[in-house]
Design a protein around this ligand. Structure first.
Ligand code: HEC
Ligand code: HEC
Length: 414
């Protein structure tokens, strides 16, 4: 079976090399049934198509490949080649408040460039006054390489699907698309530039102006959000002056057996497994880092049970994806619910081997959570070593990324 659960995570897809045509057909059939069944095919996408045609049936020349020299090749779906027109269209749509029911919100309201595409809040105000997202807005840094999207959804693997999920989502409504589809589409269609750009971005379609293409254009823009020019990158490229002594010591600590950060935040993206055009088996990993232990049995706040919501397996309660640490200095507060304010406190949480919440409704010692990952065991660390690790994490801040005019709000509001 292709949806395979690994000891440490998921291997959800098997790419095509060496698979016979019959298998491929069976696979397409199974994945369409499985995935369409799981999350609905409401925007007319075939979820299986993301990995089709990897061995050569590329119909469109990919006009733009945003892969930088020092990273692996970005996976670009054959049905959504990146072109300049499409990326520009996507950038406008990403920042366009006309995409929300009452024209008050855009993707950019919660994903702000100079905060590495987060919003600096524990959770984000949603469309309706007084409502908040249940999780911390994620950074979109190097999002093209994420094997699955959001803090923990092994079935959400495609950026255009994720954009659709936000648009139609109702718990809480973020853009309020559901019930307002025609209103919003007509509003967008009334902008002459959009009509023109939709045609040039999707030249093969007679009627290109539909939500599927709105989300594909946003996906194209998101795939260009590449951060690869931090002091750390310059250091790795040979500029030994790029890191301070403290950051250099921090890098060694980060990589050390004692701290073991790299077990979960590794590779060029300081994250779990990545998706690239070279990926053969797409792996996903989710971990419980011992933030909660409400009932002594590893209980977490009922508002968010983590991976368990997708697998129904009790042992998956409180598991989340290890996100990239690039530009992490800019994305406080931290963790899926934004409950750790500083990087110092994140390191102290790991050093303790779990978080102690002394009182209140979530009281409990995460250190003793039976659901905590075997890799979170606590370690000795001095205050000056904590400072060093923080200096290293700050060396992942990439000013070029944070100020890149290609990522900026074209409406000049953000
Ligand atoms: C009201 C705030 C808000 C708005 C508006 C919003 N987002 Fe998000 N975004 C979030 C939150 C919160 C998460 C984490 C969701 C989760 O884990 O369930 C997130 C997660 C994501 C992720 C996953 C990142 C990752 O590393 O997996 C992507 C991609 C994303 N958003 C893109 C978008 C796009 C595109 C739009 C517009 C169509 C949008 N967002 C609008 C708050 C928002
Ligand atoms: C067992 C795997 C694992 C190990 C080991 C680990 N992390 Fe994490 N890390 C995660 C996961 C999973 C999350 C998200 C947890 C959550 O939100 O519930 C995370 C979140 C973070 C965050 C917050 C990210 C954000 O966007 O809010 C930082 C910072 C971080 N880790 C740094 C470190 C450092 C430094 C170390 C080493 C001391 C380390 N991690 C060790 C898995 C791990």
């Amino acid at each position: 079976m292709y949806l395979k659960y690994l000891e440490r995570g998921w291997a959800s897809r098997h790419l095509w090399s060496g698979v016979s045509n019959l298998c491929r057909l069976t696979y397409i059939f199974i994945s369409v049934v499985l995935i369409a069944g799981c999350r609905g095919d409401r925007y007319g996408f075939d979820a299986g198509e993301r990995f089709q045609d990897r061995d050569g049936h590329v119909e469109h020349a990919h006009e733009i490949d945003p892969t930088p020299d020092n990273f692996p090749p970005i996976f670009i779906s054959d049905d959504n080649p990146l072109t300049r027109e499409k990326i520009e269209l996507g950038r406008h749509l990403f920042y366009d408040k006309r995409l929300s029911a009452d024209e008050s919100m855009s993707c950019g309201s919660c994903h702000i460039q100079d905060k590495a595409f987060t919003d600096g809040l524990p959770t984000s105000p949603a469309l309706h006054e007084g409502e908040f997202t249940r999780r911390n807005a994620m950074s979109l840094v190097n999002i093209a390489y994420a094997p699955s999207l959001t803090w923990v959804n092994p079935t959400l693997v495609r950026l255009s699907d994720q954009a659709g999920a936000v648009f139609f989502g109702e718990e809480p409504a973020e853009l309020g698309g559901t019930g307002n589809e025609a209103l919003i589409l007509n509003r967008l269609k009334s902008v002459p530039e959009y009509v023109e750009w939709m045609s040039s971005a999707f030249p093969d379609e007679e009627e290109p102006f539909h939500f599927g293409n709105v989300f594909r254009a946003i996906e194209a823009f998101e795939k260009t959000l590449i951060s690869n020019d931090s002091p750390y990158d310059r250091y790795i490229a040979g500029d030994l002056e790029a890191l301070s002594d403290s950051a250099e010591r921090g890098l060694q600590l980060f990589n050390s057996e004692r701290l073991d950060c790299t077990h979960c935040h590794n590779g060029f993206n300081f994250a779990g497994p990545v998706l690239s055009a070279n990926t053969v088996n797409l792996e996903m990993e989710f971990f419980n880092t011992g933030l909660y232990n409400i009932d002594g049995m590893g209980g977490v706040p009922s508002i968010d049970r983590g991976l368990m919501e997708h697998t129904s397996r009790p042992e998956d309660e409180g598991k989340f994806r290890a996100p990239t640490l690039r530009n992490i200095e800019m994305t406080a507060p931290y963790m899926h619910d934004g409950t750790i304010e500083t990087l110092e406190d994140v390191i102290k949480h790991y050093a303790r081997g779990g978080r102690l919440i002394p009182e209140g409704p979530y009281a409990g010692d995460g250190k003793d959570s039976p659901l905590k990952s075997r890799l979170i065991n606590g370690f000795e660390i001095t205050d000056s070593e904590i400072e060093d690790v923080v200096s290293f994490l700050k060396s992942l801040t990439d000013e070029t990324f944070l100020t890149n005019p290609d990522y900026r709000d074209p409406f000049g509001e953000i």
